[in-house]
Unconditional design. Structure first.
Length: 158
């Protein structure tokens, strides 16, 4: 369709929780991400705050680069964070008409289905893009990767 290819990367994502501190998962979470590209490797530590889940997912992300991820993990463990959910994925990214498209494939243990994450500057732009691409609304999910993983586990038990 004429989109601009942004690049390809491999990621290791660690979502970080605490079983000792109450922190509702639907309000946000911490993540340590390692990104590998042809240009090298970077580590990002993010608090991803969920603002809304009505019709579209709306999050604020507060990210800083980390030069020593092992030291950060030790700090987190020492301050009460004790649950670390790891996952690996490959991502190809494009921009098209003011939207970003991330084509994601997780490792099978994390999430077995490939999907596309679409980021748009507004809900209206996103809905217009879905219409333009003839993507039916029932094919769109606002679930986080943690929620998708939970859903797959539940379905596998049934």
């Amino acid at each position: 369709l004429g989109g601009n290819f942004l690049g390809e990367e491999e990621q290791r994502n660690i979502n970080i929780w605490s079983t000792r501190q109450y922190w509702p998962q639907d309000q946000g979470y911490l993540r340590l991400r390692t990104i590998k590209t042809d240009q090298g490797e970077v580590h990002e530590f993010t608090f991803k705050k969920q603002v809304s889940n009505q019709g579209v997912r709306d999050n604020y992300e507060y990210t800083t680069h980390i030069d020593n991820p092992q030291a950060l993990m030790e700090i987190l463990k020492a301050t009460g964070f004790d649950r670390f959910d790891r996952g690996y994925k490959k991502r190809k990214s494009y921009t098209y008409k003011n939207c970003r498209f991330d084509f994601d494939q997780w490792d099978p243990e994390t999430y077995p289905k490939a999907y596309v994450e679409i980021e748009a500057p507004s809900k209206e732009t996103l809905y217009q893009m879905l219409d333009d691409l003839e993507i039916p609304k029932h094919a769109v999910s606002t679930l986080s990767i943690a929620q998708l993983k939970s859903l797959v586990k539940k379905q596998n038990k049934e």
